[in-house]
Design a protein around this ligand. Structure first.
Ligand code: AMP
Ligand code: GLY
Length: 426
């Protein structure tokens, strides 16, 4: 098969590496991919948002199957355009991708179908939002309705902070149209769990759970980022909680989308908070998480091509989706200054031989005159696997030490909280 993967980050690299293990694959194109992916896929310089160019490329290159990984093209309707030309795809169409594309949509969906989530109010008028905040309990959470490069959520400790967030979204339009409406919601507390799932719109198959580390610095200090590291599975996500989530969240969400005439096919990501009142949905994503994918897919033992085809053909209930019982840890190596200002263009030095059970997934990397250079905030992720959780963490950090580039930084505590939680369980 000739497969095309849209996107160019660490998540896409992890997807490509897993697809390559399938005997069905002849060639994989990455649009645009990046300089660190070239050994695993043919990278083509087409932006993930240039849907016309993507469709044109797919037709000219006899693509048999397309995997659309990032949120932007999904929300823009990339799947719809590809399928119009008869190319089968992995990912939700535009009508279903709205579950991530509009927080107002997803909150109203959960309310309508009784899916547990933080209580909330929606505002399209700034004066009303500000008046509401005069009496709202704090901390409170302000969210821009639309996509905002992962920056559209403000946890406000005070009413003034919340008001400043509303003004920046609704008056200054820092996120453009995404801030036309805002959601102001209840602040929830508890361990967070990411559960990615495969679905064909009938069956939902959760993947192994994972834990993201969103802040830049150790002990969850510093700015929010796209994710500085992940581990899988997540120790807080017990079998009992998983069963509860299946019954109260996963199946009801799939059914709700069907009832709305927005059948979801692809990867549905449940961002959950395990509160004292039970698991609640913090957010839905219409795609694989980054860097969750970099720990989840390495633990997948089944053929990813078969699974992806099944989500499209409606045969997921008959398809093997098996995960190993092991553990994985991914440490993101970033450029000093990320997620704000950082320098690019430093050479990335890699070990001549990759240590056993480790993998490097490239994100912000480019190839120039035969040299691999840094080209982004999150440069790469180092994932290690093991049958023992602590060993997975130690192996990931040992491999990190073998990678070097100018202005590199990474968190030293990825997995430590999970390790303590696993120990408590024993
Ligand atoms: P997002 O940008 O949607 O991934 O959200 C960023 C982070 O904000 C989440 O991972 C949570 O840690 C936090 N968050 C979002 N909503 C809430 C909430 N209602 N209560 C507490 N924390 C939240
Ligand atoms: N790591 C969180 C996300 O992909 O949205």
């Amino acid at each position: 098969m000739r497969i095309m993967v849209i996107g160019g980050g660490g998540r896409e690299h992890a997807i490509i590496k897993k697809l390559r293990q399938s005997p069905k694959v002849d060639i994989i194109y990455a649009l645009p991919g990046n300089g660190g992916i070239v050994k695993d896929a043919v990278c083509v310089d087409i932006s993930a948002k240039d849907i016309a160019a993507i469709v044109d490329f797919a037709k000219k290159n006899s693509i048999d199957f397309a995997v659309v990984a990032p949120d932007d093209p999904l929300v823009l309707g990339c799947i719809d355009e590809l399928e119009k030309t008869g190319i089968p795809c992995f990912g939700p169409n535009k009508d279903a991708a709205i579950i991530e594309g509009s927080k107002v949509f997803s909150k109203n969906l959960m309310k309508k179908y009784g899916i547990p989530t933080a209580s909330y109010e929606v505002f399209a008028d700034m004066t009303e939002a500000l008046a509401y905040l005069d009496t709202a309990p704090v901390p409170t959470v302000v969210k821009a309705d639309g996509l905002a490069l992962g920056k559209g959520v403000i946890i406000a400790q005070t009413r003034e902070e919340a008001k400043a967030a509303v003004r920046s979204m609704m008056e200054d339009r820092v996120f453009g149209e995404s801030g036309l409406q805002v959601v102001i919601e209840e602040y929830l507390e508890g361990p967070e769990v990411s559960v990615l799932s495969f679905t064909d719109g009938k069956t939902v198959v959760p993947m192994v759970s994972s834990m993201d580390h969103k802040r830049t610095h150790d002990n969850d200090e510093g700015l929010n980022t796209g994710g500085m590291g992940t581990v899988a599975p997540n120790p807080y996500y017990t079998d009992e909680i998983a069963a509860e989530c299946m019954k109260k969240i996963f199946v009801p969400t799939i059914n709700a989308m069907n009832a709305e005439g927005r059948t979801f096919r692809g990867c549905l990501y449940f961002g959950l908070m395990l509160t004292k009142g039970g698991p609640k949905v913090i957010e839905y994503n219409c795609r694989f998480g980054d860097p969750e994918t970099q720990v989840v897919l390495p633990l997948l033992e089944s053929d990813l091509v078969d699974i992806m085809l099944a989500t499209r053909n409606g045969t997921l209930s008959e398809t093997d989706v098996k995960f190993s019982s092991g553990y994985a840890c991914c440490v993101i190596m970033a450029s000093q200054g990320y997620p704000e200002k950082y320098e690019k263009g430093y050479e990335i030095l890699l070990p001549a031989q990759k240590p056993e059970d480790t993998e490097i997934y490239f994100a912000g990397a480019k190839l120039e005159n035969g040299k691999l250079l840094t080209n982004g905030g999150r440069v790469l992720g180092v994932t290690a696997k093991s049958g023992d959780f602590k060993t997975a963490i130690d192996k990931a950090y040992e491999a990190v030490k073998l990678v070097g580039f100018g202005n590199a930084f990474y968190r030293k505590d990825i997995g430590q909280r999970a390790l303590k939680a696993f120990k408590k369980e024993e």
